[in-house]
Structure formats: structure tokens, C-alpha cells
Design a binder for this molecule. Structure first.
Ligand code: SAH
Ligand code: SF4
Length: 384
């Protein structure tokens, strides 16, 4: 017996190829694609203008695989978080963040994450597995159609997607790429390239691939101005140090839909939030501006979780840091924390995954000596 095919795994070209195997023309695939993604249909019988012959060919051979919803949490600020059961004990999270002028969906790319950043609760959970294209896109498919119904809207609710949920999207590139194509396709979600953001901890070769294959907005999680500190906070830095990373960013910019790269910087009290470190960032960005890099900074107040042993920088410290960047002409924003009453804020997406790599265990055993290698600027300067 053949396994039934999940149509959410396909971008339009792949769906057309599949339909061709069934002896159907490309425009039939387009119709089917629109039914699924634009109308939220999963039942072929519902797709009334689709040829009967195609509908009967699909029945039994193919299906639209929804994720199973474990729970939904609604924040007082309108943020909604879903937990999805993706099987074998793995739970992933998706977050909807409404704003006046846009609706943003924060999507997961992996069950867990193997990068193991110090300040990230997903990182502390370890890694279980990559999500399939269908599982990545199912988060958008489900949320968009749920929200239209829930909010009583018949036009599009989600205008922006950020790959900032669980996982390192560029360590799941093969599955990510078709998912991005579905997001951008006018026959599906029709999102603007500028409004789809891939956030990465810095997988340099895959930044180049993305620039070639499917340039969308890029956010890079920098978190430190120097390699010694970044090695400790973002272990992937040992493989792809800051210099190589920023060079890849400059190359990406040639293809990017926006004329800047966003650098995310999680503000950790006494660790990476000192004025001296802001000045080091300014110097770093100046040096790379000469090579064509233009940047924007997004400072993220750290969302604490017990196992991290880290604390959030006080707001005056964050603002003082931002001011140094601003004074140097760097566009800088401080991210508003949304949904923290439901643990939906950045880095709180722990889901619950089976660690299959020992990352979590390794981190736990290192935790005591965590900041051992970090040179912390000792005296906190007077604040604003
Ligand atoms: N793996 C990708 C995308 C997911 S993380 C990446 O690292 O970029 C999305 C963002 O949340 C990253 O910028 C990450 O640094 C940030 N983040 C992780 N843990 C956080 C925490 N506890 N508080 C605030 N931001 C956090
Ligand atoms: Fe992975 Fe991103 Fe968390 Fe680092 S911050 S552990 S790369 S999800």
C-alpha cells in the first residue's frame, strides 16, 4: 500500500509535478493549491470547481495533514500561542502577534534546536528533529484560517511571517525552502518578500544559499560584538565567527528585498549590555559598512527562564546601549515584549521535545561554569 501524500509538503511546482503524474494539467494544480491555501480547504469534495476526475484521483492517495492542536493560550494583549503535537513526544509552538497595521505569525522550523544558545529556552531543551515542509506550512495554514474565522474577517489576517519560533531555520534548509515559496506564492498566501523574515544564529553557507534561492528579509542573531563572548552565548560562532558572518550578510544584501539586515541582540544583564560593548558594535558595523553592509539593530530585552541563570538588563541599561548605537547613526529599536503572560515571548518557546542529541544534557552539565569564559565589564555605569 502507498502512503498517502501530504499536499502541504508541496510548493506549486511540486504540486504541479504531482498532478502531472496523475495526468492532470498545471492549471488544475493551481486550482487545487488555491483551494488549500487561500480557502483553507482540506476536503476534496468541497472543491466544487475542481474536475470530478481529479477529485476522485486524489481521494485516498493524497490528503491535507493538519497539525494536532494541544492547546491555545490567549494573552491579554491579543497575542495567541498554540502548542501543536507533532508526534513522538514533541511539541512545537506558533505565536500570532496582532498589531494595528499588521498581523505577524512566528513559526517554528524544528522540534527543539541543536545550536544551544545560553539564553534560549528552546536551546536548553535540546534537539529532536527537523520539521517537514508540511509541518512548517501547516502552522500558517492553520493560523490564517483559524484567525479569519475567529476574528470574523474574510480577508487576509496574517501579513508577516517571522521564522523566530523554535529551531534554527537554516539548519533545516531543504524543508524550509519550499515552505518559503508557498508563503510567497500569489496563489497561496502571497506574502511580500519583505514581510517574510528568516532569523538565523548565523549558518554562513546557508545564508548564501538563501540569497540565491529565495531572498527574503534576513535577521541575524548577533548578541555580542566579539568572538570570545559570542562563542559562549551562541556556540555556532565557533564554526562561523563574526567576521565570516558579517561578510555573508554583506553578500546577502545584494539579493535581499530590504536594504538592510536586522541584527537581533538579546540584552543580558552584565553580560553583553555594557556601553563599551555598544561602542565595539559601532566599530564593527562601521568596518563592515565599508564592505557594503547596512544594518538595523533590534534590542530584545531578555525573557528570563530559570535554567538560564541569566537576568534581563534593566531598561535604562537597554536605552543607554541603544543611545550609543543611535548616536553613531545606526537605526535601533527595542523590541516590545508581547505575550509574556502566556510564555509566548521570544526565547520562551520551549515547547517540549525529546532531546535526541544530548544537547540539553551537555548544557546542564556546563551550566554551573556558564559564564566562566566571559569577560564581564565589571562596573555598571550610572544610568540615564
Ligand atoms: N534560531 C533562530 C530563530 C529562532 S530564535 C535564531 O536564533 O535567530 C528567535 C530570536 O529570539 C533570536 O534572535 C533569539 O536570539 C531570540 N531569543 C532566544 N531566546 C531569547 C530569550 N530568552 N529572550 C529574548 N530573546 C531570545
Ligand atoms: Fe536555537 Fe535560535 Fe534558540 Fe539559539 S536562539 S538555541 S539558534 S532557537
Amino acid at each position: 500500500m502507498h502512503m498517502s501524500v501530504n499536499l502541504l509538503d508541496f510548493d506549486l511546482d511540486a504540486l504541479a509535478a504531482y498532478c502531472e503524474q496523475l495526468g492532470e494539467k498545471r492549471y488544475r494544480a493551481t486550482q487545487l493549491f488555491r483551494w488549500i491555501h487561500q480557502r483553507g480547504a482540506s476536503d476534496f469534495a468541497q472543491m466544487t470547481d475542481l474536475a470530478k476526475s481529479l477529485r476522485s484521483k486524489l481521494a485516498g492517495k493524497a490528503h491535507v495533514q493538519a497539525l494536532s492542536v494541544l492547546s491555545r493560550h490567549d494573552s491579554a494583549d491579543g497575542t495567541i500561542k498554540w502548542l501543536f503535537d507533532v508526534g513522538a513526544g514533541d511539541v512545537i509552538e506558533t505565536v500570532f502577534i496582532p498589531e494595528a497595521d499588521r498581523g505577524t505569525l512566528c513559526i517554528s522550523s524544528q522540534a527543539g534546536c541543536a545550536v544551544g544558545c545560553r539564553f534560549c529556552s528552546t536551546g536548553h531543551q535540546g534537539f529532536s528533529r527537523n520539521l517537514g515542509t508540511g509541518e512548517i506550512i501547516a502552522q500558517l495554514w492553520f493560523a490564517e484560517h483559524f484567525l479569519r474565522e475567529h476574528l470574523g474577517r474574510d480577508e487576509r489576517v496574517i501579513s508577516n511571517v517571522v521564522m523566530m519560533g523554535m529551531g534554527e531555520p537554516l539548519q533545516n534548509y531543504a524543508q524550509l525552502l519550499p515552505a518559503l515559496r508557498v508563503m510567497l506564492d500569489d496563489h497561496a498566501y502571497g506574502l511580500s518578500r519583505r514581510r517574510v523574515t528568516v532569523s538565523t544564529s548565523g549558518v554562513v553557507p546557508m545564508i548564501d544559499r538563501l540569497g540565491q534561492d529565495c531572498p527574503v528579509a534576513l535577521a541575524v542573531s548577533l548578541h555580542a560584538p566579539l568572538d570570545a563572548l559570542r562563542d559562549n552565548l551562541v556556540p555556532l560562532n565557533r564554526k562561523y565567527p563574526i567576521e565570516e558572518l558579517l561578510q555573508a550578510c554583506a553578500r546577502y544584501q545584494v539579493h535581499a528585498p530590504r536594504d538592510f539586515i536586522t541584527f537581533e541582540y538579546c540584552m543580558l544583564d552584565g553580560v553583553n549590555d555594557q556601553p563599551e560593548q555598544a561602542r565595539q558594535l559601532v566599530a564593527l558595523m562601521r568596518q563592515h559598512a565599508a564592505q557594503g553592509l547596512s544594518c538595523k539593530f533590534n534590542l530584545i530585552p531578555f525573557n528570563p527562564f530559570p535554567a538560564s541563570g541569566l537576568t534581563r538588563s534593566p531598561m535604562p541599561q537597554v536605552l543607554a546601549f541603544a543611545q550609543i548605537l543611535l548616536d553613531a547613526g545606526i537605526v535601533t529599536t527595542v523590541r516590545k515584549t508581547r505575550g509574556d503572560d502566556i510564555d509566548a515571548a521570544c526565547g520562551q518557546l520551549a515547547g517540549d521535545v525529546q532531546d535526541r542529541t544530548g544537547v540539553a544534557q551537555r548544557m546542564a552539565s556546563q551550566r554551573l561554569g556558564m559564564l566562566g569564559g566571559i569577560k564581564v565589564v565589571s562596573v555598571q555605569e550610572k544610568q540615564l
